[in-house]
Write a new protein. Structure first.
Length: 357
């Protein structure tokens, strides 16, 4: 009986065929999802105090993998919650209107690419006051300390103007990571001891400023994500764990407003400190001074569990307000107790622009 001879292929050709088959198959199944990732939260900058007519500017923050962005301004209650979209407010700027009185304003930034979308919400502005003479926020409340179980956080009231006297009540809140839900912890006063129930959340303080005309709420920025007493959940390192030869790095410095257009309004400065491997450092002292000295210089404070410290500085009478000009600052991160000219300290020169309004 006649048999058809079989074709024997070299092993190299067989393997090539298998590889080509895998390439074709993988191409047919599509790509894995990789929606944009937010690495620094969006923010809102404006010249204090906020009022009807104030121009707000949205900063989209920092992202990985995004190729386009959309924006939506929101009108929220005095806790920065129960937010509703503001009609036709979809650009990077927004001007406060009468309907915003007694509310805070927030901004949703949506980053997109071919694989999906991610939306992150900026922290709330101060409450827009409704009555002349009512307490009006000039700089926001501030929380300092490490967001670690057992550590004590300390709050300031911020600065306010309005009919005197003004009294202040402090209410501590424990927020989800996105700061869209911030229930009260039940604690009051200017200090708060971080609890185990706060792990994985972010703590902030709500200040109620009250005078004979009315009451206005002010919200601090939240802390970083609370860590357990053993640390580790937030990915930061304690400054005291760094060894000789390692350095602190002033990773970023953000001014709000930027550019500065007035000597009468305070400037908020957000400073991030990391080690030479890029990890956030908690407990590092941070100093800053303008050169020449044309603003107040804050008392050095320690970074929180995300390596962040927030200062509010006040321009002095000789602070230059000129188009095309910038004021320079020297910022330094260091460890308490280290020699002034040694240790693990690191510094950086930064600047903020000024502009004639």
């Amino acid at each position: 009986m006649h048999r058809t001879p079989r074709l024997i292929l070299p092993l190299s050709l067989v393997l090539l065929g298998v590889l080509l088959s895998l390439v074709v198959t993988s191409g047919a199944t599509g790509r894995s999802e990789a929606a944009p990732t937010n690495t620094k939260e969006p923010s809102i900058s404006y010249v204090y105090p906020i009022q009807v007519g104030t121009d707000l500017t949205g900063n989209r923050g920092s992202w990985k993998g995004a190729d386009r962005f959309t924006y939506q301004w929101l009108r929220c209650n005095d806790n920065g919650e129960s937010c509703n979209k503001i009609t036709n407010a979809t650009g990077t700027t927004y001007t406060v209107v009468d309907a915003d009185q007694k509310h805070t304003i927030r901004l949703d930034v949506t980053a997109a690419n071919a694989d999906g979308k991610t939306t992150v919400r900026a922290n709330a502005t101060a409450v827009v006051p409704a009555k002349e003479g009512a307490p009006t926020e000039l700089s926001p409340p501030k929380v300092s300390g490490q967001a670690v179980v057992g550590q004590t956080l300390t709050a300031t009231s911020g600065t306010w103007k309005g009919n005197q006297p003004i009294s202040y009540t402090f209410k501590w809140q424990s927020c989800n990571v996105g700061i869209t839900s911030c229930p009260a912890t039940g604690a009051s006063g200017t200090s708060y001891t971080v609890r185990s129930a706060d792990v994985g959340k972010r703590v902030r303080v709500k200040v109620l400023a009250k005078n004979s005309v009315g009451q206005t709420a002010g919200l601090s920025d939240p802390t970083g994500v609370v860590e357990s007493s053993g640390g580790g959940t937030g990915g930061s390192v304690d400054v005291n764990s760094l060894q000789a030869g390692q350095r602190l790095v002033v990773e970023s410095v953000h001014f709000s407003p930027n550019p500065v257009t007035s000597r009468n309004s305070p400037i908020q400065v957000r400073i991030n400190i990391v080690d030479d491997k890029g990890k956030p450092v908690r407990g590092a002292l941070v100093s800053m001074v303008s050169t020449p000295v044309v603003t107040s210089s804050p008392t050095p404070a320690k970074t929180d569990s995300t390596g962040l410290v927030i200062y509010t500085i006040q321009p002095e009478s000789d602070f230059p307000i000129r188009n095309g000009y910038s004021v320079q600052f020297y910022v330094k991160g260091y460890r308490e107790g280290d020699p002034t000219l040694a240790g693990i300290s690191g510094g950086r020169l930064v600047q903020v622009a000024t502009r004639v309004p």
